[in-house]
Design a protein around this ligand. Structure first.
Ligand SMILES: NC(=O)c1ccc[n+]([C@@H]2O[C@H](COP(=O)([O-])OP(=O)(O)OC[C@H]3O[C@@H](n4cnc5c(N)ncnc54)[C@H](OP(=O)(O)O)[C@@H]3O)[C@@H](O)[C@H]2O)c1
Length: 336
């Protein structure tokens, strides 16, 4: 499906962007062009060393800021598929610099949509987060606004066959700035800071995130928010898995944090369908026939009032399974 297609990843030098790049170049070497768009030339320079032009002639690096609509319109020329992964994603930084987060996550989303519409892009997948579900911090609120923009963009496509969809998931194991590398680094100090001993999070590997994005790219009809079924972990189990010898210092929940994350609230349940490996929240009025969609994907409506919450999840990682996952996905030299 990607053969002879051109694909662009905003935020292509980030954790997910790099994992997507590796996945696409390995599995779809016949791709016409893979464009990485981001701001920092240094990160692009480093990534270009991993993909030398004589071995990977498909890859292009494009400096650009999603806040700059004209630049996106130029970058998206001849592009068939866009994956929008660029974002400001640190909760405390967004709380402190709200207008910057709004510019990147909301205005940036609208610019991506406009640049896609201006260039006859066929498919667009935007990244969301569990923090966008009933948000209590600005990062989550901006991602919710972004989700709404992408879902509604299907209504302004006119005669274009473009499909916009969203992928929402929880903490990506080992991604930039996440808890596992943070604890591994802190271990040598003998004390791990724990925000709240009851805290739980949804857990997904980078490859799990890549698979979800590729699924959305290939299968979306337009307007879906795709949510993978993934396990939760307790923050205290992560601490135990990484450094059983360390003391825990409870430092209190940080501004804008929840004790448990949510991906589907009871209010979303009225529009939520179980697709087997995934849930999907559908637009209230999709621009295709719901019955056809449910037949195609064997979709079943969840019970009214259903919630998907990391604290009441039915699937859990254990200390042992976390150790195996850390070794597999984060640090192959990891030892307790
Ligand atoms: N990591 C997680 O746990 C997680 C969980 C759920 C959802 N998500 C979502 O998944 C997406 C990718 O996350 P990630 O972990 O890969 O993030 P990341 O590692 O922080 O990467 C972010 C990427 O976006 C680029 N970027 C930031 N601001 C930009 C701007 N204004 N214009 C253009 N590029 C910009 C960055 O490069 P430059 O700084 O060089 O521009 C970088 O390439 C985000 O939308 C995030 O909200 C992440």
């Amino acid at each position: 499906m990607l053969n002879n297609k051109s694909i662009l990843i905003t935020g292509g030098t980030g954790s997910l962007g790099k994992a997507l790049t590796a996945h696409i170049l390995k599995n779809y070497p016949e791709i016409k062009r893979l464009v990485i768009l981001s701001r920092d030339e240094q990160k692009q320079f480093q990534m270009a060393q991993e993909y030398p032009n004589h071995l990977y002639p498909q890859i292009r690096f494009f400096i650009g800021d999603v806040r700059d609509r004209e630049r996106l319109i130029r970058a998206f020329q001849g592009v068939d598929y866009v994956i929008h992964a660029a974002a400001m994603k640190h909760v405390p930084i967004a709380e402190y610099n709200p207008d910057e987060c709004v510019k990147t996550n909301i205005h940036g989303a609208q610019n991506v949509i406009e640049a896609c519409l201006a260039n006859n892009v066929e498919r667009v997948v935007a990244l969301s987060t569990d923090k966008a579900c009933a948000p209590i911090n600005l990062y989550g609120a901006t991602k919710l606004a972004s989700d709404k923009l992408f879902v509604a963009a299907n209504n302004i496509r006119g005669a274009s066959p473009i499909r916009f969809s969203v992928v929402r998931y929880g903490n990506v194991m080992g991604s930039n700035g996440s808890v596992i590398p943070f604890f591994i680094n802190k271990k040598k100090e003998g004390v791990l800071p724990i925000t709240d001993e009851n805290m739980t999070r949804f857990n997904i590997s980078l490859q799990g995130g890549v698979d979800m994005v590729m699924h959305a790219l290939f299968n979306a009809w337009g307007g879906e928010i795709f949510i993978p079924k993934i396990p939760s972990y307790r923050i205290t189990d992560i601490a135990e898995a990484i450094a059983p010898e360390c003391e825990h210092k409870v430092i209190g929940i940080r501004p804008g944090e929840k004790v448990h994350e949510e991906m589907i609230t009871p209010s979303d349940s009225f529009y939520t369908y179980d697709l087997g490996k995934y849930y999907t929240i559908l637009p209230a009025v999709p621009n295709w026939k719901l019955d056809d969609f449910l037949k195609e994907f064997d979709g079943k409506k969840v019970a009214d009032g259903f919630a998907y919450n990391s604290g009441t999840n039915t699937e859990w990682e254990t200390v042992e399974s976390l150790r195996t996952l850390i070794k597999e996905h984060v640090d192959s030299t990891f030892e307790v």
